[in-house]
Design a protein around this ligand. Structure first.
Ligand code: F6P
Length: 448
């Protein structure tokens, strides 16, 4: 996790962190005793312990409450008793929203954990996002450890995905008709909001269906989790595009590389890819409003950099500088995200006009890897994370947690209530240490 606002952190109360459960845990877990009898240690949090929210003495002290009243998360991990009887449990899985490296790893991890450790053998994969939970959707796929064995080697999702919500009444009816006890939703903020509506509708109808999310987005903009899966693979792939642009820029007199990366509201991909490649002279992200014009603006900085070192490299996140455009692009995507203007092309044109007008010798290479950064298979780090998140999600669901997301906080797996992770957005803090590192690496003018 990079930046959760301290004020937001201080306002957290135990109610915000309480995880909803379907009922008492009465079924002994079939997990091998060795998996259940871990001793508590620095590296293992037992099921009756809690994970502290505050990571610094300063914030914890500011609360002015006894230690036992500090806000805490429920730890993830296996429970000795369960809500669901594995022999009778039917599970559904759905992947929603934009692609993200690791979707197939999570599907595989869920199916493997359910079948091999809990003995749950009925798992349906709903097709094409929430559409698959309506009568208009394609027939679900039966998922078995054999059918998902190699899917982690492919990018994308074997289930298909789509943006946009569906009527929760219709989706819950589908779950009821198919006798689904647990639904895993692999999705980002919009999809998790959808998961919450499903959990609420099931509760309203008195149906004991657990809805558990696995937080997905290359943007890393889900708060209260260290990192969303797929982010690391995506910024690694983005760093390759930056290196390509850097090679182009360095190899031509007056070479200017301009790389546009995804990141609608949060500049994490741009910031991390920049730090990973360490070649960048200027990064522009939605959270830091840097003007084009002026001594400390974008154009002057690129001109100075060219003068000084003979080449320059700029990275821009797609959400930067949207206020420079007059009017609106119009409309929103089916997830409700406003359509963005193309800041990459605008910057390319502005740099070209400015450098031409100032008589600067330059050759501009524009690189937009677009969807290529998220359609790749998960790297090794994300693969591990996806498997572990999937295991944590299964443990939470079997213990009857609902309207819950499996996440990781300060390196420990935790169960978080969905409303906590959907009511705000994780963004790069212009005063935080990530942005400080970026400023140190690029030497760009400081704007907050
Ligand atoms: O939310 C993840 C993301 O990859 C964003 O970075 C990007 O703006 C968006 O999805 C694009 O998604 P699509 O074009 O598939 O709707």
């Amino acid at each position: 996790m990079d930046d959760v606002d301290t004020d937001e952190q201080l306002q957290l109360t135990p109610e915000h962190l309480a995880v909803r459960t379907l009922g008492p845990l009465t079924v002994p877990s079939p997990l091998d005793g060795g998996l259940l009898e871990r001793g508590e240690s620095m590296h293992y949090v037992g099921e009756h312990d809690r994970v502290l929210v505050d990571g610094t003495l300063g914030v914890a002290t500011k609360r002015g409450v006894p230690v036992e009243e500090l806000p805490t998360f429920e730890p993830g991990g296996p429970r000795r008793t369960l809500f669901f009887d594995p022999k009778k449990t039917k599970v559904g899985i759905v992947t929603c929203g934009g692609l993200c490296p690791g979707l197939n790893n999570v599907i595989r991890g869920l199916v493997g954990e359910l079948a091999e450790h809990y003995g749950v053998h009925s798992v349906l994969g709903f097709r094409d996002g929430y559409l698959g939970l309506t009568p208009d959707g394609a027939e679900p796929l039966e998922l078995t450890p054999e059918s998902v064995r190699w899917i982690n080697q492919q990018g994308g999702t074997v289930l298909g995905t789509s943006r946009g919500g569906q009527d929760p009444r219709v989706m819950v009816e589908t779950l009821r008709l198919r006798h689904i006890d647990i639904l895993f939703v692999i999705g980002g903020d919009g999809s998790l909001r959808g998961a919450q509506t499903i959990a609420d509708e099931a509760q309203r109808r008195g149906l004991p269906i657990a809805v558990v999310g696995v937080p997905k987005t290359i943007d890393n903009d889900i708060p209260w989790i260290d990192r969303s899966f797929g982010f690391q693979t995506a910024f690694g792939r983005a760093a390759e595009s930056i290196r390509a642009a850097a090679t182009e820029a360095r190899s031509h007199p007056g070479g200017v590389g301009l790389v546009k990366l995804m990141g609608r509201h949060s500049g994490f991909i741009a910031a991390y890819a920049t730090l990973a490649s360490d070649d960048v002279d200027l990064v522009l992200i939605p959270e830091v409003p840097m003007p084009l014009e002026g001594e400390r603006g974008v154009l002057a900085h690129v001109e100075r950099t060219l003068d000084r070192q003979g080449h320059a490299l700029v990275v821009v996140a797609e959400g930067y500088g949207q206020d420079m455009f007059a009017g609106t692009e119009g409309g929103a995507d089916p997830s409700g995200n406003a359509k963005l203007f193309d800041i990459g092309k605008k910057l390319r044109d502005e740099l070209t006009s400015h450098l031409t007008a100032t008589g600067t010798r330059f050759q501009l290479r524009y690189v937009d890897p677009g969807y290529a950064i998220r359609s790749v298979p998960a790297n090794s780090h994300d693969s591990v994370y996806c498997t572990r998140l999937a295991q944590a999600a299964v443990h939470a669901a079997m213990a009857g947690r609902t309207a819950t997301v499996a996440g990781r906080w300060h390196g420990r797996f935790v169960n978080l209530p969905i409303p906590l992770v959907t009511h705000s957005r994780n963004q790069v803090d212009p005063r935080g240490d990530l942005w400080l590192s970026v400023l140190e690496a690029t030497g760009q003018p400081v704007h907050v």
